[in-house]
Design a binder for this molecule. Sequence first.
Ligand SMILES: *Cc1c(COP(=O)(O)O)cnc(C)c1O
Length: 427
Amino acid sequence: MDKEKLYRELKIDSDTLSFSEELLKGLKERFDQIDEMAEYNQLKVIKAFQENRVSEACFQGSSGYGYNDLGRDTLEKVYASIFKGEDALVRAQISCGTHALALALMSNLRPGDELLSPVGKPYDTLEEVIGIRESKGSLKEYGISYRQVDLIDNKDFDFEGIRKAINEKTKLVTIQRSKGYQTRPSFSVEKIGELISFIKGIKPGLICMVDNCYGEFVEEKEPLELGADMIVGSLIKNPGGGLASMGGYIVGKKECVENAAYRLTSPGLGKEVGASLSVNREFYQGLFLAPTVVASALKGAIFAANAYERLGFFVLPRGEEKRADIIQAVTLKSAEGLKAFCRGIQFAAPVDSFVTPEPWDMPGYDAKVIMAAGAFVSGASIELSADGPLKEPYSVYFQGGLTWPHAKLGIMRSLQCMKDEGLISFG
Ligand SMILES: *Cc1c(COP(=O)(O)O)cnc(C)c1O
C-alpha cells in the first residue's frame, strides 16, 4: 500500500506528511478516548432506535397534510429518547438552526415577557431574531424585552450579575453551548448544568433553553440531563450525521415542544401535520451515523489544534484541552495565512476541489469573509469547512469532517498551502 504516493498525488509532500504522522503518534490516547465516546453514543442511539421500534415502514414519507406519518412521529420519539426529553419536534420544515431557535423563542415567550442571555452576546443571527439589531418580526417588535449579562473575563459566569438581571418579567433564559464565532470558550454540559441550577435556584419557573448547535454527541450527557428545559439545533450540523439535507429540532419539556409545534404549523394543528416527503430515511440514517461523524470531526479539530499550536499559532481550544463542541479556531495572524488555510480545506474536498475560495462582502458582517467548503449538502458545517473574517487577528473557524481520513487530509493540505507560501516551516 503506497499511501505516500497517493498523498503526493493529492499534493501533500513528504515533509508535511512526516510532520503530521509524527504529531498524530502523540495523539493516540486522545483519539482512543474519542472512539470510546463514539461507542457510548452509538449504543445510546441504537438503543433508542430499538426501544421505539424503528422499522422499514418508518422510511416511507407522507405528502399533503402529512397525517399519521409513522416515520416522522417515531423519529421524534427517538430524538426524545436520545436527548432525554419528554417530547421532540424534528422537522424538515424547520429551515436551519436560526429558525429552530427563533421558533423556540417566539412560541414560548409572550408580549411583556423578558428573555435573558446570561452568557454574553448570542450567535450573530439571533441578534435580529431578538431585536438587538432592528429587524422585521423580531421579538422586540412583539413587546418581548431582552437582557444580557456578559461573561467575566470572557469566560466565567457573572453569577451576581445574573442574580440582579432576573426580575419578575424574566421568562426564558438562552444559553449557547458552543462559542460560535466568538473568542470565549465553549461550555461543557456540566458547566451549563451548574448555571441552570443557579438560575433555577433564583426563579424555579424559568424556562432554560440551550442552543445545542455543534455540541451533540461530543459528550456523554446532553443538557436536558442537567436541568435544561429545551435544547435546539440544526440537522445539517451534528445530529444529521451529514446525511440530513435540511431541518432542525427542538427537544425538551412537553409544553415547550407543544408551544413550538403550534407555532410552526398552526394553533390547533401542532405536530399532527407536516409532510415528510422523502426525508425520513436520511434523518434516521444520519442520526445513526452522527456519533462516529462527530468523532471524526473532533479528531480533525484536535489534530488542527495541535499542529498549529506546535507551529506557534494561538488556537482555541488549546491542543490538549477537553472539547465541548466540534469547532476549532486558529489565529493565523495574516490575511495570507487565512486565505492559504481556506484554500487547503477547499482543495482537499471531494466536491468543488478545483475552485479557489475568495473573500466576499457577506451581508451582516463588517469585514470581508472567506469560506471554504466542498460539501454534498449546501452549507452543511458538519462537513469539513472553514471560514473567517478578513480582519485582525485573522482567525479561522474550522469544523466538521464526515470521515477522519478526510479531515486529516484537509488539515494537511492547509499546512501544505501555508508551507508553499513560506508562512510556516517544519523546522
Ligand atoms: C450554526 C449555529 C446557529 C445557527 O444555525 P444556522 O443553521 O446557521 O441558522 C446558532 N447557534 C450556534 C451556536 C450555531 O453554531
